[in-house]
Design a protein around this ligand. Structure first.
Ligand SMILES: [Zn+2]
Length: 263
């Protein structure tokens, strides 16, 4: 019996399947973000429009497609639905495909997909309400540290050093900012998030993860300083950018090290 798929396509099959999985996971992450902001349960009540309470029908729950088909508005009350939600679905799909390419069909794929899921949900909430909830940062810390400990390229010592250094440096930064300005500039959530990122990328990867995250925040900063139309200055949530830096280091840390070593 001939094989249904050309073996030459095998390297693409798994990432493509992962992208589809990521799209649907992203749909779930969207729900987690909106419920996390509303601080309601994930399972009940069923998905509904936050403005009018219209209960979403199955065809309104298709990732990306529904948002585009509805023109970014509720089908019942025409209230705008944030572009953040389809972006979460898209980011989740792209991330899942990249993790699939990097790790293949292994437990590393599952572990990093889960870690990225926590980061995406936390980022979606931080973008909107400037908060990284403990119920996301604590599991992320445990999972990030576990992945770092088990990774032969990092191991228990560097994973521990990374987690403690990430936590310690950001704790000091937060304390220094509070002392200098009298207000919180860096949230406690960012400090706890660094336990996870530091553990997952290890002590050697940590500086690059933070640098990548800071660069991404710098690129995005004009949107916060000049954006949102009303000329109002918005604080920049740092959490999503730290997550981004951490994920880039997880996906491409080997290449970054090789590049820096001139190989
Ligand atoms: Zn509505």
């Amino acid at each position: 019996m001939p094989f249904p798929i050309d073996p030459a396509l095998f390297p693409y099959v798994f990432p493509a399947a992962a992208a589809v999985l990521g799209l649907f996971l992203g749909s779930f992450y969207s729900v987690c973000v909106s419920r996390g902001i509303a601080e309601t349960s994930i399972v009940s009540p069923p998905s509904h429009c936050p403005a009018c309470g219209h209960r979403l029908r199955p065809w309104e729950l298709v990732p990306l497609v529904s948002w585009l088909a509805l023109g970014g508005r509720c089908s019942s009350c025409r209230q705008r639905i944030s572009v953040l939600y389809p972006l979460i679905e898209l980011a989740s799909a792209v991330f899942a495909a990249l993790v699939a390419v990097r790790f293949g069909p292994t437990w590393w794929f599952v572990g990093h997909l889960a870690l990225g899921g926590l980061y995406i949900i936390a980022s979606g909430i931080d973008f909107q309400v400037y908060l990284l909830p403990n119920y996301l940062t604590y599991p992320a810390a445990a999972l990030g540290l576990a992945l770092g400990v088990l990774d032969p390229a990092i191991g228990p010592v560097l994973a521990g050093v990374g987690a403690l250094a990430g936590f310690g440096v950001f704790w000091l930064l937060a304390a220094a900012y509070r002392t200098a300005k009298g207000v919180d500039g860096l949230g406690g959530g960012d400090v706890k998030l660094m336990l996870s990122i530091g553990g997952a990328v290890g002590g050697l990867g940590l500086p690059y993860a933070v640098l990548l995250g800071s660069l991404a925040a710098l690129v995005a900063s004009p949107f916060y300083v000049f954006g949102r139309g009303r000329g109002r200055q918005m604080p920049i949530p740092f959490g999503p950018f730290l997550c981004f830096g951490g994920m880039v280091q997880i996906l491409y840390g080997r290449e970054i090290f090789a590049l820096l070593a001139g190989r």
